[in-house]
Write a new protein. Structure first.
Length: 266
C-alpha cells in the first residue's frame, strides 16, 4: 500500500470521527476558510431548521468548541433555547421560550396576547401596567406567588374607600367593577348570574342592598323578595300556588333554583 493511500485512509478515518457530512457541504476546494457562501448544506434537514435571526448566526456560535473535533460534532448541538441563550427568567416561565418570543427578535410587541394563555388574561387597564407592578422587580413574583383575586393587588384601594363609608367590606370586586376602571360601577354582567338589566326585573330595583343583597358584605346571601321589599309575597298564598311542586320550600335559594331567569313561569 502506497504512502499516499495510507494518508488518505487516515484523513478519511478522522473525517468519519468528526461528522458524516461530506466536506463539500461547508467547504470549497479553494480553501478551508472562509466557508462556502451561500452554504450548500441545507439546515432544514436537521432537527433545528434556521429561521429569522438564526440564519445570520455564524456556525461556530452554535457548534462551538476549542478543538476541530469539538466544532465538527454537529449532532451534539442542542435545540433548546437556553443551551445558547441565558435565561433571564431563571426558569420561572419554563423552557418553552416560543410562547413569548420568536426568532426575529427578543422584543415582545404583543406580550399581552401571550398573557391570554395564562389564568389571568390582561384586559382593560391591566394591559397598560408595567410587568413589575404585578410581578415585582426582576420578576420576583411569578406564578407560584400570585393569584387572580382582585383583592390581593387592590387591598389598599379597598381599605381607603371602606374608611370613607362609601363602600362595604365585600371583596367580590367582579360583581360591581370591571377592568376598564373602578368607576363608574358596572354590573352589566350580572345578567349572566341573574337578569336585572333585562327581563322582568329590568328597572324594578334601586340599589343592590335595598332589594336583593340584604347583607352588603356577603353578596351570596340574597333575598328573592321574601322580606317584602321586592315582591309582595304571602307565604300561605305562595305555598298554595306551589302545592303541586315537589320539594318546594318557601326560601330564597329555592326560589332562585327554580326561577333563575327571573320569570314566574320558569
Amino acid at each position: 500500500m502506497s504512502y499516499t493511500a495510507i494518508i488518505l485512509m487516515f484523513l478519511l478515518a478522522q473525517q468519519s470521527q468528526l461528522t458524516d457530512l461530506p466536506c463539500s457541504s461547508c467547504h470549497t476546494s479553494d480553501n478551508w476558510t472562509p466557508l462556502a457562501s451561500p452554504l450548500p448544506f441545507n439546515h432544514d434537514q436537521t432537527l433545528f431548521p434556521l429561521r429569522g435571526r438564526h440564519t445570520k448566526a455564524a456556525c461556530i456560535q452554535c457548534h462551538g468548541g476549542t478543538t476541530v473535533t469539538e466544532r465538527h460534532r454537529f449532532s451534539a448541538a442542542e435545540t433548546e433555547c437556553n443551551s445558547c441563550h441565558m435565561d433571564i427568567h431563571y426558569s420561572d416561565f419554563g423552557e418553552d421560550c416560543q410562547r413569548c418570543h420568536d426568532t426575529e427578535s427578543w422584543v415582545m410587541d404583543n406580550w399581552w396576547r401571550k398573557h391570554d394563555l395564562t389564568l389571568f388574561p390582561l384586559t382593560g387597564a391591566h394591559r397598560l401596567l408595567p410587568c413589575g407592578d404585578c410581578h415585582g422587580a426582576q420578576f420576583s413574583r411569578i406564578t407560584g406567588n400570585l393569584t387572580t383575586d382582585c383583592y390581593d393587588c387592590h387591598t389598599q384601594t379597598l381599605a381607603e374607600v371602606i374608611s370613607t363609608g362609601d363602600h362595604t367590606e365585600n371583596t367580590d370586586c367582579i360583581f360591581c367593577h370591571n377592568t376598564r376602571a373602578w368607576s363608574p360601577v358596572d354590573m352589566s354582567h350580572h345578567d349572566y348570574l341573574f337578569p336585572i338589566y333585562s327581563g322582568n326585573h329590568k328597572g324594578t330595583w334601586t340599589s343592590c342592598e335595598a332589594e336583593c343583597h340584604i347583607d352588603p358584605n356577603d353578596y351570596s346571601n340574597f333575598s328573592c323578595g321574601l322580606n317584602g321589599v321586592c315582591h309582595e309575597h304571602n307565604e300561605s298564598q305562595t305555598n298554595s300556588e306551589h302545592d303541586d311542586v315537589g320539594n318546594y320550600v318557601y326560601e330564597s335559594q329555592a326560589c332562585f333554583n327554580c326561577h333563575s331567569s327571573g320569570g314566574g313561569g320558569d
